[in-house]
Design a protein around this ligand. Structure first.
Ligand SMILES: C[S@@+](CC[C@H](N)C(=O)[O-])C[C@H]1O[C@@H](n2cnc3c(N)ncnc32)[C@H](O)[C@@H]1O
Length: 245
């Protein structure tokens, strides 16, 4: 479900698997890791890490549908012994310990990132790696109405920035080993296209009678706001890795 990134192995075309390749190369020295995927979505990342790092992966998601899809995919690929997803909150993660905790585009949704990050750091084994990939707003983003539209549409009530994570890592005795800005590899649409899609979105919102569909459109509008924030450099898509001492 995560962002597509320009992928050298696909001739520069943006793929969702590019992020997996980056993670695998960053974690290459970790042997058969015990992995917690915090906010695992449909489980794609776990399946990759299970195959490529021989990891034993546990995923946690708020969505029963997502957990069922992830578990069915693991069964289908013969990976049920090494990949499983459970329904729950990453604020109360499985006890672990885990060699790797990965949170891709999931902590953005936390209403209390200090609690979520501390809870996940707490299940890391000594020397374990906390990997976060997310949209991190710069200080200048607050002045843009797009930030509020994005946060409301995607249900990101708090949305920590880069400095917030670094401060939290410091307080939790986590040592930053990788801090990469992946924004240039994302492919947000052109500003003109975003504007046209927003107009269509508003028109559709005005005529649709169902609140559920309006929610979907609000999420879509949030995504468009995110694309503009990304184009303007006000939100950066970053990979942070911090190791427990
Ligand atoms: C945008 S999806 C990203 C999914 C996945 N990490 C990926 O890369 O495809 C956000 C995920 O975060 C999960 N999530 C949000 N808040 C959560 C919480 N408090 N506890 C567990 N999962 C959460 C959602 O259930 C969803 O699976």
């Amino acid at each position: 479900v995560h962002r597509r990134l320009a992928d050298p192995s696909a001739g520069g075309r943006a793929t969702t698997t590019r992020l997996h390749d980056l993670l695998v190369s960053e974690l290459a020295s970790t042997v058969t890791p015990r992995v917690l995927d915090a906010g695992c979505g449909l489980g794609g990342t776990m399946l990759h890490l299970a195959v490529r790092l021989h990891g034993r992966c546990t995923g946690i998601t708020l969505s029963a549908d997502q957990a069922a899809t992830a578990n069915a995919a693991a069964r289908q690929l013969g990976l049920a012994g090494s990949v499983s997803a459970v329904v729950g909150s990453y604020d109360t993660p499985p006890a672990g310990p885990f060699d790797v905790v990965v949170a891709i585009e999931s902590l953005a949704h936390s209403p209390a990132p200090d609690i979520s990050v501390a809870a996940l750091a707490g299940v890391l084994a000594p020397g374990g790696m906390f990997v976060i990939v997310d949209d991190l707003p710069d200080a200048g983003a607050a002045a843009s109405s797009d930030l509020a539209t994005f946060k409301a549409g995607w249900r990101c009530p708090v949305l920590w920035g880069h400095d917030d994570y670094l401060r939290a890592f410091d307080g939790l005795a986590l040592h930053v080993v990788t801090d990469r800005d992946l924004t240039d590899d994302t492919r947000p649409r052109a500003l003109g296209t975003i504007r046209i899609l927003e107009t269509l979105n508003r028109l559709a919102c005005g005529v649709l009678p169902f609140p559920g569909l309006r929610d979907v459109l609000r999420a879509h509008r949030g995504g468009l706001a995110l694309e503009r924030l990304t184009r303007r450099g006000l939100i950066r898509y970053r990979l942070l890795m911090a190791q427990r001492r």
